[in-house]
Design a protein around this ligand. Structure first.
Ligand code: MOS
Length: 722
């Protein structure tokens, strides 16, 4: 079996993504977006657009497509376009033009005349700070504010005042966007059995539920298909505007409709990552013991307040042991596109602030930053009794330091010709979670087994995990497993998000496999069956009793059974009352800052991770490399520039900088592998998101080591180092 079952299909262009689907009579829709950031639409003149060549329909808030905001357990309410005349950000979908060809739809969309009653727009986080509001509960329902004080301590201020060494600094992170390579898109087809939608997303059953809610039809009427997803990572969790619009237009027009966002529209008509401002105050003893930690956060959010970047989430749960901890989280509603989950939501920007501050504290104490981190290693989340099920962070740092040559680091960096060279490190952590998941297993007469779940593989390798864990659980070789994924008619697999898919699906596979083997044994020994009344056992895909043996396929053929099918479900349970769960890692990086041009190049990177059992070493390594590169991207490249009128100055691939190959050195990833079966029977803890966590701080810390300049915002630019 290939390292990735879907790899050959993807690299040879045979994998069909949502918008690659075509149908006879296919119509094309183009989304019209707002050109102001705040106000009310007074009128939309669609006369010219309707008369343009090939145009079939023009939909606006004045002549809307019928859609309701769906409510699902995963996301609560999801916004749908065209249902009111309010504009709350620039680039908001406000119309949909459907024509015979894509070009006709796009041309006609340009002919739609919109008049607005504009209102003042608030688009800058800095300007909005004064109007910050208390944030509602953060991700996972945990409170955004938290105060833990040691006995006898009156306030966090007192704990800080009593600390001999105090470091306080304010950090900020830029507005970012997933900028998925595959633009958000959908092809919607209504047939006698209902609606089929081909659209990249992070969970086909979740998308089907959202579409059914939006269209006000039974969930069984909607069939969501997404075997391949070209980039998601939070940005394709909720159903996108083109999917809602294509589905609704296909219904009224009774023809298949395809809608694809333009590259620029992807930046505004979908959601991205909030900008944050974070103030960290650390109080320590001279020996480095953290006495008090305060983390106050402000995050931008759209006017719908639908998502708050939980920046201090990691500080509250995973990072350091401290007797006094205070967190606050404010949101700053702005006239900007919605914010949402983006790779390591909370932890990615949060770790930039916290792990930079820890570096600053190490310098203030004259202590090695790794030693400071190890001194404050937590055995449980702050204020909780539940110990980590497994934590090998110390080993990550030990192994990493040796592998990276940390012992040779000078606190003043070093020079190499015209280059200032520095080393930086940071801790990475991400909670080990899992979601409910159901897996179907079907044993077939040709000795293959279908392992299926609705879910999605947004490039993370879940399809291959189905193969590998399926093969192991059924005790057959992976090439006899037929994995199926990305189809809402399959057993509900939930969402590929939160670094949960391997643990969630893997646990369900093990349960389903045990059930199907039980059923197989019962079938084999039933009256009249080949092993009638015998004590049968199962190994290597074969049934055995006495000196009789037969593969499961042979049994099915002999008994004239087309197949044998079961489903198995798993969900988080009792383990949550016994332990706390997290993946851990140590990030290392070397940067070279040019003495004269001040450009920063990352020259070496290493991540050492404790992520439980590694199911597919190649894919796992790729996931972590991707995350670490994303961290470099956050540190040195990424950031949306929002103009006062709400326009993104760089909302396209020409100017929204992301690293290219020349920006990234050889990336070294190493695992300390301790399967965590206290978390789930598979022993995998999750590694999708942890790669990005801490990386931006490691870069900033290395830049400081190289130059002596502490940059407290990302991205770090040439002008910050002059
Ligand atoms: Mo996750 S934010 O769905 O990468």
């Amino acid at each position: 079996m290939a390292g990735r079952v879907d790899g050959p299909l993807k690299v040879t262009g045979q994998a069909k993504y949502g918008a690659d689907h075509g149908f006879p009579g296919l119509l094309h829709g183009f989304v019209v977006t707002s050109s102001i950031a705040h106000g009310e639409i007074e009128a939309m003149d669609v006369t010219q657009a309707k008369g343009a060549p090939g145009v079939i329909g023009v939909y606006t808030p004045f002549e809307p497509l019928e859609l309701r905001a769906p409510v699902t357990p995963f996301f609560g309410e999801t916004w749908v376009p065209l249902q009111d005349k309010e504009v709350v950000y620039r680039g908001q979908p406000i119309g949909f033009v459907v024509a015979e060809t894509y070009e006709q739809a796009r041309d006609a969309a340009m002919l739609v005349e919109v008049s607005y009653r504009s209102r003042p727009a608030l688009t800058s986080l800095q300007d909005g700070l004064a109007s910050a509001e208390d944030a509602p509960a953060a991700r996972n329902g945990e409170p955004p504010t938290l105060e833990i004080l040691a006995p006898g301590v009156e306030s966090i201020e007192d704990a800080l005042a009593a600390s001999p060494v105090v470091v306080e600094a304010t950090y900020s992170t830029a507005t970012q966007h997933h900028a998925a390579l595959e633009p958000h898109s959908a092809v919607a087809v209504w047939g006698p059995d209902g609606l089929t939608v081909h659209s990249g997303n992070q969970g086909s059953d979740v998308q089907a539920a959202e579409l059914a809610g939006a269209l006000d039809v039974e969930p069984s009427v909607v069939h969501a298909v997404n075997p391949y997803v070209g980039g998601a990572f939070g940005g394709k969790a909720r159903t996108s505007a083109p999917a809602f619009l294509a589905a609704a237009a296909a219904r009224v027009l009774d023809r298949p409709v395809k809608a694809v966002l333009s590259r620029e529209q992807v930046f505004t008509a979908t959601a991205g990552r909030a900008a944050t401002v974070q103030k960290i105050t650390l109080g320590a003893e001279h020996d480095g013991t953290l006495n008090a930690l305060r983390h106050d956060s402000w995050a931008s959010t759209a006017m719908d307040r639908s998502f708050v970047e939980p920046t201090s989430h990691g500080t509250s749960r995973e990072w350091y042991s401290t007797r006094n901890l205070a967190l606050s989280q404010k949101m700053v509603p702005l006239n900007i596109p919605p914010t949402t989950f983006m790779r390591a939501p909370g932890e990615a920007p949060g770790s930039f602030a916290l792990e930079s501050a820890i570096d600053e504290l190490a310098i203030a104490l004259g202590m090695d930053p790794i030693e400071l981190r190890q001194r404050n290693n937590s055995t449980a989340p702050p204020g909780k009794d539940l110990q980590w099920s497994s934590k090998h962070l110390d080993e990550c740092f030990r192994v990493g330091a040796a592998r990276f040559g940390w012992a040779d680091r000078s606190p003043q960096g070093r020079t190499d010709g015209d280059w200032l060279v520095g080393l930086g490190t940071a801790t990475a952590m991400f909670p080990a979670l899992r979601f409910p998941a159901t897996i179907g297993i079907t044993l077939r007469p040709d000795d293959t087994a279908v392992v299926a779940t609705s879910g999605a593989d947004p490039g993370t390798g879940l399809l291959t995990v189905l193969c590998l864990v399926g093969a192991e659980s059924l005790d057959i070789s992976p090439d006899r497993i037929v994995p199926r994924l990305g189809d809402s008619t399959l057993p509900p697999g939930g969402l590929s998000g939160g670094s949960t898919a391997t643990a969630s699906a893997g646990s369900a596979i093990m349960i389903a496999a045990a059930k199907v083997i039980d059923d197989l044994l019962a079938l084999a020994s039933a009256p009249g069956a080949p092993f009638d009344g015998m004590e049968v056992s199962y190994a290597h895909g074969r049934l055995l009793a006495g000196d009789r043996t037969m593969s499961f396929g042979e049994l099915l053929r002999t008994m004239n059974r087309p197949s044998i099918s079961v489903t198995g479900s798993s969900a988080p349970g009792e383990e949550l009352t016994k332990h706390s769960f997290s993946s851990f890692g140590a990030q290392f990086c070397e940067v070279r800052v040019h003495k004269w041009t001040r450009e920063t190049r990352v020259s070496r990177m290493l991540g050492v991770f404790d992520a439980g059992r590694i199911i597919n070493p190649t894919a796992a390594r790729s996931q972590l490399i991707g995350g670490m590169i994303w961290g470099v991207s956050a540190a040195l490249h990424e950031g949306l520039e929002i103009e006062a009128d709400g326009r993104f100055a760089n909302g396209d691939f020409a100017s929204y900088l992301i690293p290219v190959n020349a920006d990234i050195p050889e990336v070294d990833v190493h695992f300390v592998e301790y399967p965590d079966t206290l978390h789930n029977p598979v022993g995998a803890k999750g590694l999708g998101e942890i790669g990005i966590v801490g990386m931006a701080a490691a870069v900033a810390n290395a830049v400081h080591n190289a130059t002596g300049i502490r940059v407290r915002h990302i991205p770090i630019l040439v002008e910050d180092l002059l």
